[in-house]
Design a protein. Structure first.
Length: 447
């Protein structure tokens, strides 16, 4: 449990701590939760706060929002650490909370990184949440469905907090420059373009952005008038990344991701690694790159190498698990694999062809033969009549028509002969020939 000292010097606090919003009006971002008329804002304003879990990436305001709730509801606010809070400590605080409840005092227990609490620690909160002795607010960067005990999770509302936009972070950075809690008395000369670079560098993390600004201002050049001037060289040195030619919200961002995609498609591992490094060293979110690689694995490789998608998904999870900069090598492995894999866009083209027909024929009825006749009425209407169960046949094939009549014999998937897809092509040709022969037999029987 953390206790704040009354004698801490404010000036010694990190900028992110000094600039922590104290009210909903100051809070930036998460408009889907605390915008006008939104659910969380209503809950706070009516002082009807339930136990809840805030799930979102680092630096998006989970702790800040919990503190604002405590201030607004005039509750005692207690924070717990998974590392230092044992079962006995938790139980002692819970007992105090029960006494406070009898005196009409609410207790909000904030558990940061609740996913790090073991089952016994989480279970220790459960009876007190059930009795209403405490309002539990947990914060986690991990999916609470996997990391929070089901019994505890079922008694909490889950609110998903989103990564802050660059515009959100710009608001916070400008406020830090002008606010008395920040650098209002320091006369900092910093351009909006420089603040924008810091905002992009932060990857949606307000704490990261303010910490970076703090470091830059501290190392700024003081002129004869006492002003602190921020130069381009200082900015680059503090960021330790060449971010000036890479705007994650601008054209260059899309140019470089396009370059990576096309380099992998062109089977050029060296160019692929180069464009990957350009993105990572400019501060791009590795999960964004991993998502693009996952798309590439199906769009440009597909069934030519069915392991490509496995590699992409595994690398995405590795990036999520280990983070930067360690995950850079995982992404490198992925782009090299994708570049060297055999290529096929047959899956992509199959869907695009089918989509055109689907959009034109959204009301086309499902053939009766493949409808599921689960009720008497459905059976009376011939649902499922004539259905052929493929597993009843030795070769697991039937000549049953599954497309609507208007699309009979339409072909969407045209496999290539690249890599493993050659086997799929051979199998498809066998299936088509088998159906052609058996359809002839049926026609001859009907003559």
């Amino acid at each position: 449990m953390e206790q704040a000292s009354l004698f801490e010097l404010k000036e010694s606090e990190p900028l992110a701590s000094r600039m922590r919003p104290n009210s909903l009006e100051e809070f930036v971002g998460q408009s889907h939760l605390i915008g006008e008329g939104k659910i969380l804002k209503k809950i706070i304003e009516t002082d009807n706060v339930p136990s809840m879990i805030f799930w979102g990436p680092p630096g998006v305001g989970k702790t800040t929002l919990a503190r604002i709730i405590a201030n607004h509801t005039k509750s005692q606010f207690i924070t717990f650490s998974a590392v230092t809070s044992g079962i006995n400590t938790i139980k002692k605080v819970m007992e105090d909370a029960e006494k406070n409840k009898k005196m009409g005092i609410k207790t909000i227990v904030f558990v940061d990184e609740i996913h790090r609490f073991n089952k016994a620690q989480q279970d220790a909160f459960l009876p007190f949440v059930e009795k209403g002795s405490i309002i539990l607010i947990g914060a986690t960067t991990e999916n609470p469905s996997f990391e929070v005990n089901n019994a505890l999770l079922s008694r909490c509302r889950v609110f998903v907090l989103k990564e802050l936009s660059s515009d959100d972070i710009m608001i916070l950075l400008k406020r830090a420059i002008k606010d008395s809690r920040g650098f209002a008395t320091n006369h900092v000369n910093i351009l909006d373009e420089q603040l924008k670079i810091i905002a992009n560098f932060a990857n949606g993390d307000a704490r990261n952005a303010l910490t970076t600004l703090d470091m830059i201002v501290i190392n700024g050049e003081i002129d004869e008038l006492g002003n602190i001037n921020i130069s381009k060289d200082l900015l680059e040195e503090c960021l330790t990344k060449k971010t000036l030619l890479y705007d994650k919200n601008g054209e260059e961002h899309y140019n470089i991701i396009s370059a990576l995609h096309k380099s992998m498609r062109n089977s050029d591992p060296d160019a692929s690694v180069y464009w990957l490094s350009r993105m990572l060293e400019a501060g791009e979110d590795p999960l964004y790159i991993a998502r693009r690689i996952t798309r590439f694995a199906s769009e440009d490789i597909g069934l030519a190498d069915t392991n490509a998608l496995n590699v992409a998904i595994n690398v995405y999870h590795a990036c999520h698990f280990i983070g930067v900069p360690e995950c850079n090598v995982h992404l490198t492995e992925a782009v090299i694999y994708m570049a060297l894999a055999p290529k096929s866009n047959a899956c992509y083209k199959a869907y695009e062809l089918a989509k055109k027909d689907a959009l034109k024929m959204l009301t086309e009825p499902v053939p009766l033969v493949i409808r599921n006749g689960v009720t008497k009425l459905m059976k009376d209407l011939n649902y499922g009549v004539g259905y052929q169960y493929a597993h009843d046949n030795a070769n697991k094939l039937t000549n049953m028509q599954c497309l609507p009549e208007t699309l009979k014999n339409r072909i969407y998937y045209n496999p290539t002969t690249e890599g493993n897809e050659r086997r799929f092509k051979e199998r498809l040709e066998y299936i088509k020939n088998w159906k052609k022969e058996h359809n002839k037999e049926v026609e001859n029987d009907n003559i």
